[in-house]
Design a protein around this ligand. Sequence first.
Ligand code: NAD
Length: 464
Amino acid sequence: SPHSEGVIASAPLSGAADVDAAVAAARAAFDSGVWPGTDPAARIEAVGRLAQSYGKRLGELGEVISAENGSPITFANLAQAGGGFAVLSAFLQLAPSFPWESQRPLMVGGEATVRHEPVGVVAAITAWNVPQMLIMAKLVPALLSGSTVVLKPAPETPLDALVLMECIEEAGFPAGVVNLVVGGREEGEQLVRDPRVDKVAFTGSTAAGQIIGGICGQQLKRCSLELGGKSAAIVLDDADLAATTQGLKFASLLNSGQACINQTRILASRANYDAVVEAVVESVRQMKVGDPSDPATEVGPMVAQRQQERVDGYIALGEQEGAKVAIGGRGRPSGLDRGWYVQPTVFAGATNEMRISREEIFGPVLSVIPYTDVDEAVQLANDSDFGLAGSVWTADVEAGNDIARRVRTGTFGINNYTADFFAPFGGFKNSGLGREYGPEGLSAYTEIKTIYPPPSPEAGSLFA
Ligand code: NAD
């Protein structure tokens, strides 16, 4: 428990032999045709049964996730369990109209058949912060495509994955189609290296993504990488500051600061700088920090002691670099003597060059950075190794749209930031490779095959 530091449950740790057996089972289920040989309608029906069994467990899943990773319970119910279910539902709605097989007019006349065939055995390796959303973004499109799966959740959050496997059992998939191994980096790397795995779908740190991408490159294995971020929220001078700071609670401090999309660089004009700092500080001051099981809690503990120390270290670094703590600072919040808590912290006087503004902290720590004009705001937003998310806050939606087109990130919000599972999500630059969600997120689990038509009087030939 990140809150009590006590033991709340235990889970088995898979060894090398378990990982090997899981891959063998997924390979056999794929090669036998028992799952890839079914038609899309049958697979949609089976995933529909999963939605039914999963839907019955949402309350329990919210509690389990909150207990294992410290997510505030209101967020855990709504976005952790509810988010997993929403991803599942979105793919179920998209799958019937997905072009699994379609006809394509050819240059020389006649039509080819273009097929989206299953990619094969998928290793899905995920992070602990929003565990069910990350799993569902991989498992569901893989199943709908006819692929088979070995899932390895983060070692911090095995429990919700075990609940999911009970739902899988209840839904009744053929043996070997979905397999779970519980482990850490070593087990993950074993999966990535295994030549029987056709695709790796990964969400986690950029450092691990670089290693995984390298191994996949050597094997020309398909891979999608959802990695870190250091996104910017641009506050224009005409923004309604009350609405902006309310929106930034979600866009910048989601999940106690432990979310890849968090816009932890807040860009404010020099003219309006003090007012923005004050508004952000006031809004952070009002956020309730504490026991994640309390429905009023907005910021819970960090997932583990390691993460608490990391965040605390970055707060110390910010002070060394010359930024000024406007609220928060090092050490525990008062009254919380146990648990992996940190103080939500806002740095004023930060620059975009400081490490606190360049590196992903993955905790509730914000840098407010000044800009001179809109061009400089866009340049600062783009001056980052990452490119995952971002937002602009303004009374002028047209101006917001213009900025949205100039910022090099995979997703961007105007006066709002909310991911939607009908639309693609993913990163530019070091934030990743490939897209999840939407039809693009289904396509990512397919290989595309073209079948040329036989010779016919109406079709010519390019070469004869
Ligand atoms: P992590 O990279 O340490 O671990 C993620 C997963 O990968 C875990 O299951 C871990 O066991 C496994 N793993 C680690 N090293 C591996 C290796 N070399 N080979 C195979 N598997 C390996 O990341 P984390 O600390 O669990 O998660 C936080 C990170 O995830 C942050 O950087 C965050 O931004 C990122 N994240 C990104 C998204 C996104 O969609 N872009 C979403 C959530 C989290």
